[in-house]
Design a protein around this ligand. Structure first.
Ligand SMILES: Cc1cc2nc3c(=O)[nH]c(=O)nc-3n(C[C@H](O)[C@H](O)[C@H](O)COP(=O)(O)O)c2cc1C
Length: 234
């Protein structure tokens, strides 16, 4: 690779950020296919390629949003229903410790601050949470599933595929938001998708063209300097 090519790759990686307001401009099907063709070059343990991707648009997208938003609103009214909507794998720890909880809080309050949501404004927070299930208005949802027989390693493989999708999308002028929020509603999601019983939902990506005028998309998250997470061992 020459230095220009290095810069293009680096730019695609560093300019990606989670977009939470999309235009309703449709995404060309061939472009989605191109992104997936590139992204599936992701490595996977012994080349098992454990990913399966459902590309959801149009009427199915509307049905998905309607059903999951209804469930989320019901859950908000009756928190005791949360038993029904348990994730099949724990994405987050049960007990948080520093520094992760601090970063999580900084992230949440940073986002809410931009949206002028203050502490205690539960209705506004719930409305913002609901935006997840409206796909932040993105015209395309990518639901990634895995066969239940596969282990934790398959989720690592799918994560690599997910990142590739987001970078390949960015290179084509598209933006994304990875979403674990949908995992709670896996029974509904898998039903709408018509997925077989042996599949689990791993992650969702909202895909589309970013709304350049929405303040939420100005949210750029910090990163620790490499000294804080790197140990050179000789
Ligand atoms: C696996 C995964 C799941 C995520 N789930 C959500 C989600 O459900 N809703 C959301 O708004 N952001 C979600 N995010 C986005 C993170 O909040 C975001 O990646 C993080 O704050 C860093 O910001 P950046 O993506 O803009 O660099 C998720 C990210 C990852 C990697």
């Amino acid at each position: 690779m020459n230095m220009d090519q290095v810069r293009y790759v680096d730019d695609a990686i560093t300019s990606r950020h989670s977009v939470r307001a999309f235009l309703n401009t449709p995404v060309d099907t061939q472009t989605i296919k191109d992104i997936l063709s590139v992204a599936c070059r992701a490595p996977s343990g012994t080349n098992t390629q454990p990913w399966k991707v459902y590309v959801v648009t149009g009427k199915k997208r509307t049905e998905m949003i309607d059903r999951v938003c209804t469930a989320q609103l019901e859950l908000y009214q009756k928190p005791e229903l949360s038993e029904q909507y348990k994730e099949t794998f724990a994405y987050y720890p049960e007990t948080w410790i520093s520094p992760f909880i601090d970063r999580r809080r900084e992230n949440g309050w940073g986002l809410y601050g931009l949206l002028q949501i203050q502490k205690g404004e539960k209705e506004k927070m719930a409305a913002q949470q609901l935006r997840n299930f409206q796909l932040f208005d993105a015209p395309v949802a990518l639901y990634f599933t895995v066969n239940k027989i596969m282990g934790i390693g398959a989720k690592m493989d799918i994560s690599m595929m997910l990142q590739n999708v987001m970078i390949a999308a960015k290179a084509r002028g598209l933006d994304t938001c990875p979403q674990a929020a949908w995992n709670h509603f896996h029974p509904i999601v898998l039903d709408v998708l018509g997925a077989p019983d042996d599949e689990d939902l791993v992650c969702t990506i909202a895909l589309g063209y970013a709304d350049p005028d929405h303040i939420v998309n100005t949210f750029i998250t910090p990163r620790e300097p490499i000294e804080n997470f790197t140990v050179f061992v000789e």
